[in-house]
Design a protein around this ligand. Sequence first.
Ligand SMILES: Nc1ncnc2c1ncn2[C@@H]1O[C@H](COP(=O)(O)OP(=O)(O)O)[C@@H](O)[C@H]1O
Ligand SMILES: O=C(CO)[C@@H](O)[C@H](O)COP(=O)(O)O
Length: 491
Amino acid sequence: MAEHAARPCCLGWDFSTQQVKVVAVDAELNVFYEDSVNFDKDLLEFGTQGGVHIHEDGLTVTSPVLMWVQALDIILERMKASGFDFSQVLALSGAGQQHGSVYWKAGASRVLTSLSPDLLLHKQLQACFSIRDSPVWMDSSTTVQCRRLEAAVGGAQALSCLTGSRAYERFTGNQIAKIYQQNPEAYAHTERISLVSSFAASLFLGSYAPIDYSDGSGMNLLQIQDKVWSQVCLRACAPHLEEKLGSPVPSCSVLGAISSYFVQRYGFPAGCKVVAFTGDNPASLAGMKLEEGDIAVSLGTSDTLFLWLQEPMPALEGHIFCNPVDAQHYMALLCFKNGSLMREKIRDESASCSWSDFSEALRSTEMGNSGNLGFYFDVMEITPEITGRHRFSAENRQVSAFPGAVEIRALIEGQFMAKRIHAEGLGYRVMPKTKILATGGASHNRDILQVLADVFGAPVYVTDTANSACVGSAYRAFHGLRGPSPTVRQA
Ligand SMILES: Nc1ncnc2c1ncn2[C@@H]1O[C@H](COP(=O)(O)OP(=O)(O)O)[C@@H](O)[C@H]1O
Ligand SMILES: O=C(CO)[C@@H](O)[C@H](O)COP(=O)(O)O
């Protein structure tokens, strides 16, 4: 790392479902440093699988908030040990898995503003959270709260017009409502609620960071056109919610200078700027430099598909978020929960736990799978709400199993056909000039990407790194450095 020591740069962070990742990007926008800490492998003591705990009801899904803090400690210590020159960091920004929420206990703000540089963050923040297991995007336990919220605003379409989405179980307003109803004491002792993105920004800032418009759009609470919290939605979810959330800010806001903790412990310059953190999908949109007409497919833990939109057109399926790059514009997103973890299961069952055997199976079978079709939802899917494995033979008969290679092609073709069908349901059309930009862990796999190209009948492009959320965060840090957004002052 020593040869990179003298480059002025920006850092981009990603607090995603399975890991914390970082990249350093220089002024020519070259990525010259990448690292990650995997929760399952590097933080065994938390006992997560795929970065989460799935509770007994099969619907509640959480992650320990201190695991995220400890992962940040580990990665920073590793960077320091490798000789990374923190004094060259001009600014940083980051991303978080969307919708997940963090509950800061009364008094936590004081701890955050007076961190000792002699101790790791996780040692000092142990007692700072009123809820230690944060609900995350995979949670689907809030159906009751969803129906109540829709009823409060006049129905699902009315909520979608207001907030960009009908009520979804993983959306933060519904998660907060559940916590308030089931654990009113913990809610009362909460002084601040962050998204995973604004929680991570708070660590770097040494004070509570505001929620940005783009990630804030994934809460069923923000009026996406006016960019203010909806009073009717706040009231329907929990009391005193506005004060616990703070005011939302534009996604490219400079929040302030980095906390003195990082200056003293790691040698960041005192003037290093913290630019608002956002959701991982919005950050990927920035990182992939999406243009109008392009479609992005992220194959991370979740599979998502997203587009840049000029005008919002909220519907009963899919989401409209505020655009993280241009505050006048929007982005559309579809999220599929049975993404990489479902592919890993079929890989383990039908390809001896090996991605190269999995790829070989795709290469040895033909496009169209001789008429065999399959849809695989081991966990309750988001788009659409369905569970189970559903296989159909060429004769359109439901069957209970396929031979290994047929199973693998059925899974991948089924996943991409669902993406195309649901995107077309939102009005998206594949055009002659359509480009598909792929990112996320599974975009390393060319054979999976070939099926994506075949199903959409369009060319697929990948960027140099599959970490587009990290890279987009570093680009956003540069964007923040240039202005024109004024520094945000928090109440
Ligand atoms: N060669 C590969 N083929 C298919 N999938 C892969 C391959 N390498 C990694 N993956 C998938 O990438 C996933 C992680 O993607 P990533 O974008 O890092 O996730 P997240 O950002 O949600 O933590 C893993 O769960 C794994 O299944
Ligand atoms: O719920 C959504 C988007 O609405 C998910 O896409 C999360 O944002 C998790 O992202 P990954 O960790 O899978 O990238």
